[in-house]
Design a protein around this ligand. Structure first.
Ligand code: SF4
Length: 351
């Protein structure tokens, strides 16, 4: 197993954390960690303004505990029907293209929310309000799917607390809904959670040579692929997440080899339920500037103005995406390649 990307030395905690059983459980797991009181998990200057050189150390050594406020559910329609309020945000891994870091400062270690009971109760109420799903869509033909991990990676979170176990347990009891999260980590503990097909894991994959450069501190692609049949045997629904699709010269050969390997190793039972989502890279100018300070080699792949065009996001950020026209052509070629190598793999959505 790939070593855990965590070695918690200090815990920043909001004042209310001790009042929650989950908060006390987590503190007891790391008895030797220094405890640093903070007013809010959003405003920790030493993490927010960390020098890029200290960025990875903070991800490994720091843990933030807070209370999630505003338990709101957002409609999605792509990876899921709804984005559930997160049980965490931040990540111990450091993918060079990650948008999560942009929201909360760059050394953005895991923040775990300790009010998991309130979060689970709000989710159950939201599911009940939907009633049964009567119109199938690309997300799922029968179940309302809730994305549980928009702002982090739940496989690593599961090494910090029982929040993920609790959420998997919750969806086991909700016959009209499924939980779902994308991951780039392999945590064998998940195999014991008994999801009974009510949790969908979206294993995030890219060609291994690309992942070695871009997916910093994640599990190797070979380990992620090897975990797919095990997760499926443990009664998870397992889909694939080809995201982001980063193009470089020769991309069809490397992605074709990945699809070929998946076709060779995945058992029929996995293939029968398989679906994928495909998301072409969107990069960001600020992230580019930051990455130049700690991982310039990644930027040779991510920052390709010769292939990309600028697009202003709703918040005014300058994003780069593959040029209109070319992007559509490349996406078609990507889908054609997938259809040839893995014809049983339905594409849930692609953009
Ligand atoms: S695993 Fe996901 S959340 Fe973590 S750094 Fe990578 S892209 Fe971001």
């Amino acid at each position: 197993m790939t070593p855990l990307p965590l070695d918690i030395a200090r815990i920043y905690l909001e004042p209310a954390v001790d009042a929650h059983t989950r908060g006390r459980d987590i503190l007891a797991r790391f008895p030797h960690a220094e405890r640093i009181p903070v007013a809010s998990h959003w405003r920790i200057p030493e993490l927010r303004d960390a020098d890029p050189g200290d960025y990875l150390a903070a991800k490994r050594q720091a843990l933030v505990l807070g209370v999630k406020k505003g338990l709101t559910f957002r409609p999605n329609g792509r990876s899921a029907d709804f984005i559930a309020p997160s049980s965490s945000n931040g990540c111990a891994m450091a993918c060079a293209y990650c948008y999560v870091a942009r929201r909360k400062g760059h050394a953005n270690p895991i923040t775990v929310f300790v009010n998991i009971d309130a979060l689970a109760a709000a989710t159950a109420r939201h599911v009940a309000r939907q009633g049964p799903k009567t119109v199938p869509n690309q997300v799922d033909p029968h179940a309302w799917v809730y994305d549980l991990g928009e702002n982090g990676d739940l496989s690593v979170d599961a090494a910090v607390s029982d929040n993920v176990r609790d959420l998997v347990g919750l969806f086991r009891t909700l016959p009209t809904a499924k939980g779902s999260f994308a991951t780039k980590w392999v945590n064998p503990d998940l195999l014991g959670y008994d999801p009974q097909n009510r949790t969908r894991i979206r294993m995030s994959l890219m060609p291994p040579d690309l992942a070695r450069l871009l997916d910093v501190r994640t599990a190797p692609v070979a380990d992620r692929i090897a975990a797919i049949p095990e997760l499926h045997r443990a009664s998870y629904e397992v889909h694939l997440n080809f995201s982001p699709v980063v193009l470089r010269e020769g991309w069809e050969a490397e992605w074709g080899a990945l699809f070929g390997e998946l076709d060779d190793v995945l058992p029929a039972a996995v293939k029968d339920q398989l679906a994928a989502e495909i998301i072409m890279l969107t990069h960001n100018r600020d992230l580019h500037e930051l990455n130049l300070a700690w991982h310039p080699k990644a930027e040779e792949l991510l920052w390709r103005p010769d292939l990309q065009e600028e697009k202003l996001s709703e918040s005014g950020a300058v994003n780069l995406r593959y040029r209109t026209g070319w992007k559509g052509q490349w996406l078609r070629r990507f889908r054609d390649l997938l259809a040839v190598r893995m014809p049983y793999c339905q594409v849930r959505y692609a953009f």
